[in-house]
Design a protein around this ligand. Structure first.
Ligand code: KG4
Length: 333
């Protein structure tokens, strides 16, 4: 089954063709990051306009790269949330039109389910059940993946996402957007104990996370140093921030795996590209006898192939949308 999949939830326009949920026939992506970098973050209105400009040509490219004709497409899939509402609406409306024109079913896909499914593309043997650590620009979540479409959220951030925390701190350090990768580069060789930064304790569900206190502490540290004319150890701060974020995520992932009895952990989302977090996950999983799947860097960030993968399993479980499909800025997993 060939699925033509659309992703436009943030600042990447992506169209892919995926066969039977596991084989990527094409994966066309156009990132707008350079445009948003001028403003230090994603400007939603610009994102929507850029998606409109790109999506038709990218669809043609995805089909051509796959070596398929329109008549070879069996279904159309699209991310319908969560994300920037205007950006999502571009993908949703284009996908609706494509499904109607091709006379094929339309499959709605949750963005984070797509991030998890990116791992099915890299690891043919991977099947649920497993625990997923979803860490992206907009979400941080621990998910018990009981089946391909049967998931339970065990813990989530109460405020900022891990990626957002990286991006905001990077910004006060004068690093380009998106800040995760530049923070990683700056942290290399830095002293990760240089600055004592807060680790959040969340009342209620101890698998929930919080990154806003850490973000504020790091931002204040930079501003205070600037006001006093003091130099900060930029590399040490980047390393200290990364260590704090990793310590929010990795021990909670181990605890969640223990509680739901999972022996397989899957990482997903843009922040899963971080070398410190990957290293900490590898070590902790080894110590706890957990098999770890880390997606290749090319599949950590937003892409259309992950949507096409998850869509296949959504289709098998009966998910269908019609022309009344809407987009949602927030959406339960
Ligand atoms: O998954 P993604 O592409 O978009 C969303 O679905 O949100 O994640 C983007 C986030 C950004 O916050 C970016 O700074 C972060 O992933 N990121 C990283 C790294 N590469 C990307 N964070 C830390 N280390 C990295 N190497």
């Amino acid at each position: 089954m060939n699925i033509l999949a659309f992703e436009s939830s943030c600042d990447e326009t992506a169209v892919a063709v995926v066969r039977d949920g596991r084989h990527v026939l094409s994966d066309a992506i156009l990132s707008q990051a350079d445009m948003h970098a001028i403003y230090g973050g994603v400007v939603p209105e610009i994102a929507s306009r850029k998606h409109v400009e790109a999506i038709a040509a990218l669809s043609g490219k995805a089909l051509a790269d796959a070596g398929l004709a329109r008549s070879d497409i069996d279904a159309v899939a699209v991310t319908y949330g969560p994300g920037l509402i205007g950006a999502l609406l571009v993908g949703v409306n284009f996908a609706k039109a494509a499904a109607f024109a091709l006379g094929v079913p339309l499959i709605p896909v949750h963005h984070l389910r797509g991030h998890i499914a990116a791992n099915y593309l890299a690891f043919p043997e991977l099947e649920p059940p497993f625990l997923a650590l979803c860490i992206s620009g907009g979400n941080s979540m621990l998910v018990d993946v009981r089946g391909y479409t049967d998931m339970a959220v065990l813990g989530a951030t109460r405020d900022d996402a891990a990626g957002e925390c990286f991006d905001k701190i990077a910004r006060v350090l004068g690093l380009p957007y998106p800040g995760g990768k530049p923070m990683q580069d700056l942290a290399r060789g830095g002293d990760d104990a240089k600055y004592p930064l807060p680790r959040a304790k969340v009342a209620g569900n101890d698998l929930d996370m919080s990154f806003s206190g850490l973000k504020t502490a790091a931002v204040n540290l930079v501003h205070n140093a600037e006001q006093k004319g003091e130099a900060i150890d930029r590399s040490g701060l980047a390393a200290s921030v990364t260590a704090a974020i990793s310590e929010e995520l990795v021990p909670r992932a181990m605890e969640a795996a223990k509680r739901c009895g999972r022996k397989v952990l899957v990482a997903a989302g843009g922040v899963a590209a971080n070398e410190r977090i990957r290293g900490d996950l590898e070590r902790s999983c080894r110590e706890n006898g957990i098999r770890l799947y880390l997606p290749p860097l090319s599949l950590c960030g937003d892409n259309g192939a992950m949507i096409g993968s998850q869509a296949y399993y959504e289709y098998l479980s009966g998910a269908r949308a019609d022309s009344s499909l809407n987009a949602y800025a927030t959406l339960e997993l």
